[in-house]
Design a protein around this ligand. Structure first.
Ligand code: NAP
Length: 452
């Protein structure tokens, strides 16, 4: 892979890149089937991804006709990196087994190791025989929607395809590696004003937030909508906050520290709730929710913006869903894509039906939605929320930080890129869009570290 890095760094031509042989093996972050029970009896928050995530060489899979090999310059940690590496709620090998039974090409994925990672920026280094729109040398970012276009169910919205999967979570050969295999319909042009790592952190979280908020497939946010965003400086929330501001809405950002509250204000979000400082206790014990705490939360929202939210951007799940259903406006929408704190959800149904609210589910994004989101980033209307960068070898440490909620925004991972800041091919555009906007999360993290 060193030859690819050298060629990319020296802006080699497509012919020069094509002349480099794809290696038989490559460096990757992976979990092992034999480790799937290693955390038995350990509490969820004590499960340590550093113990289960290995970095080492794996064999290069064969290329299917509709796929490309990408030399991965950078990737990112997603919450699914955490789920895979703590083997919760299930070991991901079950997904690989099922994919293995589906087709001859699917069989490649069914291995005793799982190369994970659902984001990547990099360079196309070989294209399969059926690939039309992409060529060797293209600078790309990959989104994680892995679909088979031969399923009619996926032709209105590919997220509805029965064999829709998340690349690097429900498939093998993910992005936390020096090389990856993706379908051509996962590729999008890399924004030229961003470095490799800034470009790599966006696709999964930003596209998910876009579908949840903007797309007609979920909340269809309108100008003027008031949107309550849980975890408003997290991976999803950092993009959601920007999308609401960019779309003429009013965000109410919920976070859990004064530093995150400051960051939100810097982003232009004026209505901020520090849930730790407010000390909300939505659950009085493991089995009982406290409606008076929901009311206190609702009152705080009205104090801040004078009305109830049109949309609640939900993902913490069990801890917050009761409060979310309560706090939404009459006729409002609770849009959910996750349940970090527990997926067995409880809410008071009277608050839902009597006030004609609706709960909408959402999951990642189809190719059109991911591309629309990538365009907003390319135009400098939405910016990366990358706060820190780790080398591939420290993927376990980075995943631990996300698991323990010690991070802000997204954590970038350098794969082939030897250092931060490489890959910017349009510095004038970067200057126009503004370093402060592009590096807001990174600079904020640096400030915290400097004052520590
Ligand atoms: P993240 O970067 O960890 O951000 C989540 C934020 O949620 C945290 O920053 C935290 O913010 C807040 N939070 C955590 N636990 C909470 C609780 N009990 N109550 C209230 N707030 C809480 O993670 P992410 O990347 O945004 O992902 C969030 C969830 O969505 C994960 O479960 C992930 O697997 C899922 N997800 C699903 C999809 C999909 O396509 N379906 C896509 C992406 C992510 P504060 O501590 O500052 O409040």
């Amino acid at each position: 892979m060193r030859d690819f890095l050298e060629a990319i760094t020296n802006s080699a031509s497509a012919d020069e890149i094509s002349a480099i042989e794809i290696p038989e093996s490559y460096r990757a972050a992976y979990v092992r089937r034999e480790d799937a029970a290693m955390f038995e009896g350990v509490e969820s928050h004590d499960k340590d991804p550093r113990k289960s995530l290995h970095i080492g060489d794996v064999a290069t899979p064969e290329l299917a006709p509709d796929e490309v090999y990408v030399a991965v310059m950078a990737s990112s940690i997603n919450f699914n990196t955490v789920w895979t590496s703590i083997f919760e709620p299930l070991p991901t090998f079950g997904f690989l087994d099922r994919l293995g039974r589906e087709s001859a090409w699917g069989k490649r994925h069914d291995l005793d190791y799982h190369v994970i990672g659902s984001d990547a920026s990099g360079v196309v280094v070989e294209v399969g025989s059926a690939v039309r729109n992409w060529k060797v040398g293209d600078h790309i970012v990959a989104h994680c929607n892995h679909v088979d276009d031969q399923d009619p169910a996926g032709h209105n919205d590919s997220m509805q395809a029965s064999n829709q999967r998340i690349w690097g979570f429900e498939t093998n050969f993910g992005g936390l590696a020096d090389l990856t295999v993706v379908k051509a319909n996962q590729l999008m042009p890399k924004p030229a004003h961003l470095s490799w790592e800034e470009a790599a952190v966006n696709a999964l979280c930003a596209s998910t937030s876009y579908r949840m908020l903007v797309s007609d497939n979920a909340a269809s946010m309108k100008q003027g909508d008031v949107v309550l965003i849980w975890g408003a400086t997290g991976g999803l929330g950092g993009y959601a906050t920007q999308l609401v501001l960019n779309g003429g809405g009013t965000p109410i950002g919920v976070v859990s520290s004064p530093e995150k509250a400051d960051l939100l204000r810097e982003m232009g979000c004026e209505a901020v709730i520090d849930r730790k400082a407010e000390n909300y206790r939505f659950w009085s014990d493991e089995h009982t929710q406290d409606e008076s705490e929901w009311r206190r939360f609702g009152k705080k929202i009205r104090e801040l913006v004078g009305e109830d939210p049109d949309i609640i951007f939900e993902h913490p799940g069990r801890q917050t869903m009761g409060a979310s259903v309560f706090a939404a406006k009459r006729g409002g929408t609770i849009v959910t894509c996750a349940a970090t704190s527990g997926y067995m959800i409880e809410y008071d149904n009277r608050h839902l039906w009597m006030k004609l609210k609706e709960i909408k589910s959402s999951h990642f994004a189809n190719y059109a939605e991911a591309t629309a989101m990538n365009r907003l980033i390319d135009r400098g209307q939405i910016h990366p929320v990358m706060s820190a960068v780790f080398p591939l070898e420290q993927s376990g440490e980075a995943a631990l930080q996300v698991h323990k909620n010690l991070h802000e925004g997204k954590l970038g991972i350098l794969c082939l890129a030897p250092e931060e800041g490489m890959g910017i091919t349009d510095p004038e555009k970067r200057e126009r869009i503004g370093e402060d906007n592009i590096s807001r999360f990174r600079n904020h993290q640096r400030k915290i570290e400097a004052s520590a």
